[in-house]
Design a protein around this ligand. Structure first.
Ligand code: SAM
Length: 231
């Protein structure tokens, strides 16, 4: 059955979703959503042939050809204007997701909702959403089979107020404004691990021949935040 991670992602799509899942791999997410709702529609985008073939197999197996369209291509280039209402991009790094959104802004900026699941660098994605007037509606952090995942839900709902405040914004973008409030077990575990990683990196950087003071200063500031948050 579908991973908890992707079930959570699916739960943030509206009823009768009409969405693109970019980097769909086996198209398990699209199949799950469309099986549960005969009115849902999806475009499963894949840049690689192997996963594209797997997606086609899944769709044939479940007989979902009328609801899911599988397309080969890079990111949002497979979508035509007006075709979809939501975008899902899951299981990639935050930088890759950000570059996929940047490459086809005409598509990225016209959807009502995005459900994004960056494996790393969620900060870049929060920054992108904020820069492009998408409101961060909800965040989740979960642990599954030894991995920690973040899910960001963004939209254009004007009735929700921004979770950021000017004084704390940098830190909120880094940790996630809602996640920082909650500080659940997965969050604490993630930042414990990140802190140990970054401490090792800074130690090595201080011993290097060429000392990158700017980077050391940035990481030192981030380490301060982590210590605060973990206390
Ligand atoms: N979304 C699924 C999930 O969360 O389980 C699959 C994640 S898998 C780790 C990443 C997938 O994204 C791979 O199948 C890869 O081929 C695809 N991918 C990577 N870059 C892409 C791009 N620019 N456009 C479309 N697909 C891409």
């Amino acid at each position: 059955s579908l991973s908890n991670r992707l079930k959570k992602v699916a739960s943030y799509l509206p009823e009768n979703a009409n969405f693109a899942d970019i980097g769909s791999d086996h198209a398990y997410l699209a199949a799950y959503v469309c099986q549960n709702n005969p009115n849902a529609k999806a475009i499963a985008g894949e840049v690689n042939i192997g996963p594209l073939e797997s997606a086609k197999d899944t769709i044939n197996e479940y007989g979902l050809q009328n609801q899911i369209d599988v397309r080969l291509g890079d990111g949002l280039e497979v979508i035509r204007p007006g075709e979809i209402k939501q975008i899902v991009i899951a299981g990639m790094g935050g930088s890759l997701i950000t570059s996929i959104l940047n490459q086809h802004k005409e598509i990225a900026l016209e959807v009502d909702r995005m459900v994004l699941q960056p494996n790393v660098d969620a900060k870049e994605l929060r920054q992108w959403l904020d820069d492009h007037k998408y409101l961060l509606i909800m965040e989740e952090i979960i642990e599954e089979q030894g991995h920690i995942y973040e899910i960001l839900v963004a939209g254009k709902d004007k009735s929700i107020k921004s979770p950021y405040n000017d004084l704390e914004k940098e830190k909120q973008l880094y940790f996630g404004p809602y996640l920082l409030q909650d500080r659940n077990d997965a969050f604490m575990k993630k930042w414990q691990i990140e802190r140990e990683k970054l401490e090792r990196i800074v130690k090595q950087m201080k011993q290097a021949k060429q000392i990158d003071h700017d980077k050391i200063n940035l990481f030192t500031k981030e380490l301060e935040w982590m210590r605060e948050v973990l206390n």
